[in-house]
Design a protein around this ligand. Structure first.
Ligand code: ATP
Length: 213
């Protein structure tokens, strides 16, 4: 499928905290789809999982993480569901960027077919995700042509792993954009999350999906 020129991209996440994998996905997404703009949406209250830090802190960290990417604009998103975010944004056929792990659960999101009417999906391949499985998921959709895979440099890092490492006082060198790492260190963020992988959550309303559904 040919890449779209001059489109707007949307990249949503809890970003708790934003890490080098997120920035690589955003950078490659801008490049691959030749995006004029990328709206990075910090989901204030994800409908599916708890978060360890308040929205305002995650917004600040995301501004530090994505601020240097040309065309990137960071904002807080008060919608928990992607379909509601896209309806509120009212963009002209944007490209919604997600990681491959998220796409595997896309059919369980709220109104996935409506999401695909409102936006194309740009799915970044991520280590550990089976390509045949992704193709199988795409084949179940009414409009599979609205889903495009694109390769990114594999960076096997996750926010939950980073939270767990910070909670244990372990090094996170190389896992965070330097400005994000400095801000976390300055305020001692994530120092008190539990050792089970990022607890100490603000709410734990697990319903469906993983990031923003
Ligand atoms: P957690 O570990 O808490 O579940 P996460 O690292 O997956 O968090 P999110 O904020 O939930 O981060 O993810 C936002 C988006 O970034 C999702 O679409 C996810 O698939 C993608 N993503 C997360 N980590 C990576 C990575 N290492 N490489 C590429 N994409 C990633």
């Amino acid at each position: 499928m040919a890449a779209v020129t001059g489109a707007t991209g949307v990249f949503g996440g809890a970003f708790d905290p934003p890490h080098v994998g997120h920035v690589e996905l955003a950078r490659r997404g801008i490049e691959h789809f030749r995006l004029d703009r990328l709206l990075v949406l910090v989901v204030a209250h994800p409908g599916h999982k708890g978060v360890a830090t308040p929205p305002e802190i995650r917004l600040r960290l995301a501004e530090l993480a994505f601020g240097r990417l040309e065309g990137a604009e960071v904002a807080l998103d008060t919608h928990a569901r992607t379909v509601d975010s896209l309806l509120a944004l009212g963009l002209d056929d944007p490209i919604f960027l997600i990681g491959a792990d998220e796409f595997a659960s896309f059919p369980t999101w709220t109104a996935p077919e409506r999401v695909l009417e409102l936006a194309r999906l740009g799915v970044a391949t991520r280590p550990g995700v089976d390509t045949a499985r992704l193709e199988a998921v795409r084949a179940t959709l009414a409009r599979p042509e609205r889903v495009e895979f694109f390769a990114i440099e594999p960076l096997p890092v996750s926010s939950s792993d980073i939270r767990a490492r910070l909670g244990r006082g372990l090094s996170v060198d190389g896992l965070l954009p330097p400005a994000v790492g400095a801000e976390i260190a300055r305020h001692g963020l994530y120092a008190h999350v539990d050792r089970a992988g990022g607890g100490g959550m603000l709410g734990d309303d697990r319903t469906e999906g993983t990031t923003q559904t």
